[in-house]
Structures are given as structure tokens and as C-alpha cells.
Design a protein. Structure first.
Length: 329
């Protein structure tokens, strides 16, 4: 029996956070070798990219990546509704509105974390999204932003937004400091306030509350699940992907022997070969696997060898991987 033997009630107790440049299609396909059940998110895609850009490039995915949620960036209810419908037609399992990103670029577009100051607008956005689709609509947000940092502001935000009828909230348990800190600093400097998230769950028991921020360990995730419905893991899922090897069995009660790290990479060979045959570069995929042998003898060698070889000519994918994995058991 594991230390967290209680059975989570939520169908998706653990998810991997949306992360720009990181949780792209290749990363998601790679992670599916390690966990079949964890709920995955895309990177944030803006409504203008979908409505005016190369839609297929932004939205296509392999069915193996499911369950998969598309995260949208935008602040126009009609555009968000249209993009939600498009997402539903593409086969996504849900759409999520980004109200947490603090970057200047996103702020200039008036969306992301600055929407924490406009709960009425977020309600209009989620209302429009919800009425356009039958898949779940959710919001990922911060506990506040500079100037609106109190628990009462957070509670008001959730109260107003939930009037749209949405019930799924992912809360990154830090404020975002807009205009003062970089996105990376905004993930480390403002202190984590898990208690605020627990209190929200207590005050809004019918809402689905997912906690996010600073979770790097499955025991901690398990204990957080006693207080909230779900746990979202970001950076640790990228830096230590094999952390997820135990997730299906422990949190989804899905028993499947997880392949070893080496088997994971060997199972990626056909995918890598196909990617290359379509004109793709091997480093597009392999860069996401750098952390696979994290903390193990030979792990540093794997990273170094991949970095040296994946940008140059190599005789075959198998040769490249075999030589990078030479020093791992
Ligand atoms: C490289 C990177 C890119 C990110 N991109 C997004 C994004 O597109 N949308 C979003 O809501 N959050 C984004 N985030 C924030 C994460 O989703 C998450 O909220 C944050 O990293 C805190 O979780 P963690 O402490 O488990 O990493 C990003 C984080 C990182 C590290």
C-alpha cells in the first residue's frame, strides 16, 4: 500500500501544466510513454493565432495525446467562443482560459494574468465559451496580481467567474507581479499561498479546484489531494519526466507496468524516424527528453551526448540514442 492509499474522487487528479515552448506535441507524445492517464494541456495558443494563423499547425495533435485540453489566450468573448468550437471540432477534451500568464507581451494584448482585475470580463468570456461547446471549459489563474493580492479579491474573482456556470478552476498559488518581474521570476519570487487555495475549496465545495505551484513530489501531491480536487504539476514534469512513472497506478488505479527509461526512448524510435522522414529535426523531439535520466549515473552523459549530437549529422536514430544511453543502466 502506498502512503496515499485514499482513492481520489476526481477523474483527473493529476495534470501536467500548459507550458509555452515545452508542452508541445512532441513532449506530449513522449510523456504518454510514461503516463497514459495524466491530463495534459497544450501550450497557450492565442485566439488570433487560431483565427488568423495556420490553424492546423497550432491545433493538430495525435489521438495518443488525449486526454488533452487546449489552453487559449484571449479576452474577446466572441473570439474565445469561436476558438472553443474549433477546439471541440478538433477533438480536444476541454478548453482552458489563461488568466495567469504575466509576460509583457501577453499583458500588452490585455489577456493572461491582467484579467484577474476584470472578473466581469472573464465571466463574459467563459459564458461565451461555455455556450459554444459541450466540452468542459475551465480557467487557470493566479491567487492575485499586484494591487489585488488579498484572499477577498481571489474569492470575489471566483464568485463572479463561476456565475458563468463553469466549475473548473486551476489556481497557481502565487500572485503575479505585473510590470515588475519576468515570467520566470513570477514563478519563484512571490510566495506560495496554498492555504488560500484550500480555503477556496472550503468556501466553494461544489467547484472543482486544482492546485498548482511548486509541487515536485508525488507524496506532496497525494497529501494535497486531501484538501483539493486535483493537482497540476509544471516544471517538475518537464525537468524530471520519469516522476510520472508511478502516476497511473497511484492516482488513476490503472495498473500497467511502466516501461523503463531506456524502453521509453527505444519506443520513441519509430516516432523519431517518422518525424525526420517528414522533414523535422530530431532535436525538436529529443530536447524534451533531456531530463529522463535525471539524478541517475549516466544521466549527465546522456544530456551531454544528446546536446553534442542531435544538432549534427548522425548515422541512425538508434545509433544516436544507443550512444547517448551508453552509460545508463
Ligand atoms: C516554460 C514555461 C512556460 C509556461 N507557459 C505557460 C502557459 O502557456 N500557460 C499557462 O497558463 N502557464 C504557463 N506556465 C506556468 C505553468 O503552467 C505553471 O503554472 C507554473 O510553472 C507553476 O507550476 P510549477 O511550479 O509546477 O512549475 C509556464 C511555465 C513555464 C516554466
Amino acid at each position: 500500500m502506498t502512503t496515499n492509499s485514499h482513492r481520489p474522487k476526481d477523474p483527473f487528479p493529476i495534470s501536467i501544466a500548459p507550458m509555452m515552448e515545452w508542452t508541445d506535441r512532441h513532449y506530449r507524445v513522449f510523456m504518454r510513454r510514461i503516463t497514459e492517464k495524466t491530463l495534459l494541456y497544450t501550450e497557450m495558443v492565442t485566439t488570433s493565432a487560431i483565427l488568423r494563423g495556420d490553424r492546423k499547425r497550432f491545433l493538430d495533435f495525435d489521438p495518443i495525446e488525449k486526454p488533452l485540453i487546449l489552453q487559449l489566450g484571449g479576452d474577446n468573448p466572441e473570439d474565445l467562443a469561436e476558438c472553443s468550437k474549433i477546439a471541440e471540432d478538433f477533438g480536444y477534451d476541454g478548453v482552458n482560459l489563461n488568466v495567469g500568464c504575466p509576460s509583457d507581451r501577453v499583458r500588452d494584448g490585455h489577456f493572461g494574468a491582467c484579467l484577474m482585475a476584470k472578473p466581469d470580463l472573464v465571466r463574459s468570456c467563459t459564458e461565451a465559451m461555455k455556450s459554444a461547446v459541450s466540452i468542459p471549459v475551465s480557467v487557470k489563474h493566479r491567487i492575485g496580481i499586484n494591487g489585488l493580492e488579498s484572499y477577498e479579491n481571489l474569492k470575489n474573482f471566483i464568485q463572479v467567474v463561476s456565475q458563468s456556470g463553469i466549475r473548473d478552476f486551476t489556481i497557481h498559488a502565487r500572485i503575479a507581479v505585473l510590470g515588475g518581474l519576468s515570467p520566470a521570476q513570477n514563478r519563484t519570487i512571490p510566495p506560495l499561498r496554498y492555504e488560500d487555495v484550500f480555503q477556496i475549496k472550503k468556501e466553494f465545495p461544489s467547484l472543482r479546484i486544482e492546485i498548482n505551484g511548486g509541487i515536485r513530489d508525488l507524496d506532496i501531491a497525494g497529501s494535497l489531494l486531501e484538501k483539493v480536487d486535483a493537482v497540476m504539476i509544471g516544471r517538475a514534469a518537464y525537468e524530471i519526466p520519469y516522476l510520472f512513472a508511478g502516476v497511473d497506478e497511484r492516482f488513476y488505479f490503472h495498473s500497467r507496468p511502466c516501461p523503463s527509461r531506456k524502453e521509453v526512448m527505444i519506443s520513441m524510435i519509430p516516432y523519431l524516424e517518422e518525424h525526420i522522414s517528414k522533414g523535422g529535426k530530431i532535436h525538436h523531439v529529443l530536447r524534451h527528453t533531456m531530463g529522463l535520466f535525471h539524478g541517475l549515473p549516466g544521466g549527465k552523459y546522456y544530456r551531454r551526448k544528446l546536446t553534442e549530437t542531435m544538432y549534427s549529422e548522425f548515422p541512425s536514430v538508434k545509433f544516436l540514442l544507443d550512444s547517448a544511453m551508453e552509460k545508463v543502466d
